[in-house]
Design a protein around this ligand. Structure first.
Ligand code: ADP
Length: 409
């Protein structure tokens, strides 16, 4: 007997990640995950089972295309088979603009519409759409679903979405969208079980990875975030500037002769932790480095987080809880401790021993604001959405446990 399954694809500029979930009753269970990384440099493929044992590995001597990486992954999934009947594929798509505020079944027309958002997410959107097109062409009968990083923030009040630009531009879609929505939605979906008071209150979720942002949740719904029209706004990131006076861009163009592409490279790929430190975009490397500018980069990273925590706490009218997630948030006790100090004035007290242990609640018993570490799982969120949308389309029953379709959009 075959087991129905959902595959998830998360394609970025230099990597293609995949996960496979088998459906048992209404539970999605991870069967395996893997990635082809280093596409433009020295590509390597690894696939692991649900407990992390290596299933397959491969290296290539020279760069390969995103298409070749996708073909390798689909070939691997086909070969292993494992009694799986693939019901559909869910994709992470960074930008859904104004029109796409819920998971959407993909057709060539939808992909064409999503192409219009490439200039708003030049680092991500083209790579998100590539595998969708290739699969639509190769397997038109295979259902595919797009899940958007912007969708979770469509609940933001109009004011939180506005720039102080002429209104016609707002109407035309030049507004704050916010990103990392699948991560925030996942965290919001597990909070009621883990931390009921945080789920019911005013909570900041700090998604600190290579990309970094903060989302303000009021009773589990996004009301504001640090990212804006594009994913370069807000916090300082691995290689992105975060918020930058637009006058700097004008100066660089007028006085330094940079064209738009050169500015794009500078603000997306050469700035942030990498640009300030001159050492690395990787937080682990910076924390281990004795270079003064590596220390400065970490200080600025934390300072910017502290400033944005204050701003978002003001948007919420107070603060009940903080949640750390993503690579740095889940793994770096020193960064969490420093962020805690920066937010001490709001009533945040982190317990050093709990912070070192690094899971669940890490605040002291007397901390006015509770502090949590919650591992994110964007892939599982995509699999749940994909299953729910396909089940609704087919008029059948299986719904992924815990999240109703569209209930957070
Ligand atoms: P992405 O945004 O690419 O998904 P991740 O969420 O995987 O990124 O986060 C990557 C970041 O997490 C890197 O800066 C990495 O150094 C950092 N990181 C991972 N593990 C640790 C750790 N133990 N201590 C400090 N930083 C860590």
């Amino acid at each position: 007997m075959t087991v129905p399954a959902i595959a998830v694809i998360n394609a970025g500029s230099s990597s293609l990640k995949f996960s496979l979930y088998a459906l048992h009753g209404d539970e999605l269970q991870l069967r395996g995950r893997g990635q082809v990384e280093g596409l433009g440099t020295s590509p390597r493929f690894v696939a692991r089972d649900a407990v992390g044992a290596t299933l397959a590995e491969q290296r290539w001597p020279a760069p390969i295309t995103h298409d070749a990486a996708l073909d390798h992954v689909t070939g691997f999934l086909r070969e292993r088979d494992d009694g799986i009947a693939l019901r559909g594929v869910g994709h992470r798509v960074v930008h859904g603009g104004l029109a796409y505020h819920a998971p959407t079944r993909l057709t060539p027309a939808v992909v064409d519409a999503l192409q219009a958002f490439v200039p708003l997410a030049p680092l991500h959107q083209p790579h998100n759409l590539g595998p969708i097109r290739r699969l639509l062409h190769a397997s038109p009968e295979l259902p595919q679903v797009a899940c958007f990083d912007t969708a979770f923030h469509r609940t933001n009040p109009e004011l939180a979405q506005m720039f102080a630009l002429p209104h016609a531009l707002h109407e035309a879609g030049v507004r704050r969208y916010g990103f990392h929505g699948l991560s925030y939605e996942y965290v919001a979906s597990v909070l009621p079980r883990l931390a009921p008071a945080a789920a019911a209150g005013r909570t900041l979720v700090l998604h600190l990875g290579n990309g970094a942002s903060i989302c303000a949740l009021q009773r589990g719904r996004s009301v504001a975030s640090t990212m804006g029209f594009t994913a370069v706004d807000g916090l300082m990131m691995g290689t992105r500037t975060g918020a930058l006076d637009p006058g700097v861009v004008l100066y660089l163009m007028d006085e330094r002769g940079l064209d738009a592409r050169a500015v794009e490279r500078l603000i997306y790929s050469e700035s942030g932790l990498l640009g300030v430190s001159g050492v690395s975009s990787d937080m682990r490397t910076l924390l281990a480095s004795a270079e003064p500018r590596a220390k400065l980069a970490v200080e600025l990273f934390v300072y910017r987080i502290g400033r944005e925590i204050g701003s978002l706490a003001a948007a919420l009218g107070g603060l009940d809880a903080i949640v750390f997630t993503a690579g740095i948030g889940e793994n770096s006790a020193p960064v969490r401790a420093r962020v805690g100090e920066a937010a001490a004035w709001l009533g945040v007290q982190i317990d050093p021993a709990a912070n070192e242990a690094g899971a669940g609640c890490i605040s002291t018993a007397s901390s006015r604001v509770s502090v949590w570490v919650v591992p994110t799982d964007e892939e599982l969120m995509i699999a749940r959405h994909t299953l729910n949308l396909l089940s609704a389309d087919e008029g059948s029953t299986p719904r992924a446990a815990g999240v109703a379709r569209g209930d957070t959009n």
